[in-house]
Design a protein around this ligand. Structure first.
Ligand code: PLP
Length: 370
């Protein structure tokens, strides 16, 4: 077995393939000397909104800010409750708490997504919203989610940080609920060269509030209508993202091809408990390709020893994180999410993943369980 280490993700390969477009985008911004709130950001908002099939895009500092400001724009704060999944990146629940509201967790389903069937049981008179997460690029059952939200008059904030380009029926990630939060963190499917994010929404009112909130409550210089924040996206990141957006669908297709090859090779390996299963009417964009396995930590150690990096998304469900201990949850509260945290393993999955690397990864997993 070869032990030359390979990367988990190789962003330099992507840069090499589009170097000319990126370099000229950066040059354009530097030459214009317009660095904040200019044409690049405006163009990116229009392009991403239209890509997602909604009317407005509000470009922000990060996906985390997109979550925080969406909650603020909806008037959510102290005394309110927001339902979400314990099996996600911390920002989803952390930003609920940052507004003063209380994150209320509901366990996950077989697909590692917020279990729609369990939402009703967690709704109280204080519940204002639900944040479903398109985990690993896979959109939950949004028709069922919308029925429940309508029944209890809840806003839906779609955490689409990992799913730009994924589809559910005819619609794309970002087009569900009241608004959706996109992350352009460098490792995401559409990654900036620094922090960046966006809220996309069909609501004129929400879009206006978000534009105020991201810029000190101001539309006109030195006139401040409401208390806000500093969360504008800079022009450099916007120009880079504009150069990358036309490649997104192609990159997502290559991730899907990588995923199909993994699943075909690993589905029947003893020790592999589950490979991702995507229903007919949905497409997943595989922000991560994550399997569930027996003896996960041992397998991870073995793969590392032969130069194969892997990642665990996520090793500790959010209800058991020290930062959220004040919520009072205990081990055993969300058995599905807790089991998942022991069994999940993400394998290298990116558009430029060399075929030889994938062959090596598959062989090593087969060898470990043989
Ligand atoms: C990446 C991510 C975020 C946060 O986005 P940033 O741009 O890193 O702030 C939020 N939620 C989920 C599910 C994410 O994966």
């Amino acid at each position: 077995m070869k032990t030359v280490p390979m990367p988990f993700l190789d962003l330099t390969a992507q840069y090499r393939s589009i170097r000319h477009d990126i370099d000229s985008a950066i040059q354009r911004v530097v030459t214009s000397a317009k660095f904040i709130q200019g044409e690049e950001g405006d163009a990116l908002e229009k392009e991403v909104a239209s890509y997602c099939g909604v009317r407005h895009g509000i470009a922000l500092n990060s996906g985390t800010d997109a979550l925080f400001l969406s909650l603020k724009a909806l008037g959510i704060g102290q005394g309110d409750e927001v339902i979400t999944t314990p099996f996600t990146f911390v920002a989803t629940a952390e930003m609920i708490a940052a507004t003063g509201a209380t994150p209320v967790f509901v366990d996950t389903d077989d697909n590692l997504l917020l279990d729609v069937q369990k939402i009703s049981g967690a709704v109280t008179a204080r519940t204002k919203a639900v944040i479903p997460v398109d985990l690993f690029g896979f959109i939950p059952d949004m028709d069922a989610m919308q029925r429940i939200a309508d029944k209890y008059s809840l806003a839906i904030i779609e955490d689409a940080a990992q799913s730009i380009g994924a589809t559910y029926g005819e619609r794309k990630a970002g087009a569900f609920g009241t608004c959706a939060c996109i992350s352009f963190f460098p490792a995401k499917n559409l990654g900036a060269y620094g922090d960046a994010g966006m809220v996309v929404t069909d609501s004129d009112e929400l879009a206006n509030t978000l534009r105020l909130l991201r810029n000190h409550g101001s539309q006109k210089k030195y006139h401040h209508e409401i208390l806000g924040y500093s969360s504008r996206l800079d022009e450099m990141q916007a120009a880079i993202l504009l150069a990358k957006l036309p490649h997104l669908d192609g990159w997502n297709e290559r991730r899907q091809a990588v995923a199909v090859r993994y699943s075909d090779a690993l589905r029947d390996v003893p020790g592999v408990l589950a490979v991702p299963v995507i229903p007919e009417n949905r497409t997943c964009v595989f922000q991560q390709y994550t399997i569930r396995v027996q003896r996960r930590n041992e397998l991870q150690g073995f793969l590392k020893s032969v130069g194969i990096p892997t990642a665990v998304h996520y090793p500790i469900p959010l209800h058991l994180q020290p930062s959220l201990a004040f919520l009072g949850y205990r081990v055993g509260d969300f058995p599905m999410a807790e089991a998942a945290s022991q069994e999940v393993l993400s394998l290298p999955c990116y558009p430029e993943l060399p075929a030889e690397h994938q062959t090596r990864i598959v062989k090593a997993i087969q060898e470990f369980y043989s």
